[in-house]
Design a protein around this ligand. Structure first.
Ligand code: DGY
Length: 339
């Protein structure tokens, strides 16, 4: 009997999805959520041919040192700033992610945060639950800012940004965006969105959504200087990565009334939220759940499994993983050389 590959899954997944992998490989799946130290991660990855990992698992050159067994890392996320792609490619390890399947769900959530922050849903809910709604409410209590009819700014215009933009027509909004690469004319038309430079985006947007991937070059792409360009009535939403935003500068802008509100799903030091943000009523906070609908998380898990199996040359898509990040590795494998 031929030897089966071994796959490690770093966090609990839907049992039927795990059962599908187990038809093809020897499976070692974590039964509880846990944080893996770099050393634990190194050891776990040293003993397997493939792995499905989460955003909290940081894989870099030191994690891979001396590992000549690992062939595929399948990330349970579309963003992959937890993976050092250069190091994986050098080591001949295929990296995959879960694009597309979460676009619409994550775009829905951007809107949930924008509306909640603009209309003060978080603070109002806490107030009602605390039993503070006792007498008549003043006519000018709980005033928020309008979303409909305003200008929506989108920083980062990939598939999720485009899905956010498409939803804006229902709110009668003008949509501006800034992205390194401009969309094609037909795509701009479909999204009813106009490209502007970053400073114009910041100055003209009534509300701004961050939807760009994190890379070292865009660390704190929104800091004190950028916030200073925004309207004091603006709402800022971050559904992308915490490192894009200088959280202390954001808290200062909100505290000093230079920005109306913020909706945040991601943080620089997850799961730690900057204490200055925790102290502000006008920030709606959620624990990085943008893609967390039952259907979408299942689709992400299925795609992560397709990636790992195909990357190991198994299953119906053997050798053709649906979402490779460094396809050079596959090409090199076919040629029997190093990527
Ligand atoms: C992603 O897929 O990158 C999300 O941030 C995780 O839900």
């Amino acid at each position: 009997m031929s030897k089966r590959f071994k796959v490690w899954v770093s966090r609990p997944l839907f049992p039927d999805v795990l059962a599908r992998i187990a038809q093809f490989v020897d499976l070692d799946a974590e039964a509880v959520e846990r944080v893996h130290s770099p050393e634990m991660l190194r050891q776990r990855l040293a003993g397997v041919d493939g792995a499905i990992v989460g955003l909290a698992d940081r894989v870099d050159a030191s994690t891979l040192a001396g590992n000549d067994r690992l062939k595929v890392i399948s990330n349970l996320a579309v963003g992959y700033n937890n993976l050092d792609i250069e190091a994986l490619t050098r080591a001949g390890v295929l990296a995959c992610n879960t694009p597309e399947v979460l676009n619409e769900t994550t775009a829905d959530y951007a809107w949930a945060l924008l509306l909640a922050a603009a209309r003060r849903v978080g603070a109002a809910e806490r107030w009602v639950r605390a039993g503070q709604w006792r007498g008549a409410m003043r006519f000018d209590d709980w005033l928020g800012v309008d979303v409909h009819g305003k200008t929506l700014g989108i920083l980062g215009m990939g598939r999720i940004g485009q899905a956010v933009a498409r939803r804006a027509s229902g709110f009668d909004m003008r949509v501006l965006y800034h992205n390194r690469n401009r969309l094609s004319e037909s795509m701009e038309c479909e999204c009813a969105a106009r490209w502007v430079d970053k400073a114009t985006l910041l100055r003209e947007s009534d509300h701004l959504v961050l939807v760009l991937p994190y890379a070292r070059e865009n660390h704190h792409i929104i800091g004190a200087a950028e916030l200073a360009l925004m309207k004091p009535s603006a709402v800022l939403v971050n559904i992308a990565r915490g490192g894009l935003l200088d959280e202390a500068a954001l808290a200062a802008a909100l505290r000093e009334g230079r920005l109306a509100a913020a909706g945040l799903d991601v943080y620089e030091e997850e799961p730690v939220v900057h204490p200055d943000l925790l102290a502000l009523e006008q920030v709606v906070l959620s624990p990085h759940l943008g893609s967390a609908s039952a259907d979408t998380r299942r689709n992400m898990a299925e795609l992560a499994v397709d990636n790992v199996l195909a990357g190991l040359g198994l299953g119906p898509e053997a050798g053709r993983p649906p979402a490779p990040i460094n396809p050079r590795v596959l090409a090199a494998r076919r040629l029997g050389s190093k990527a």
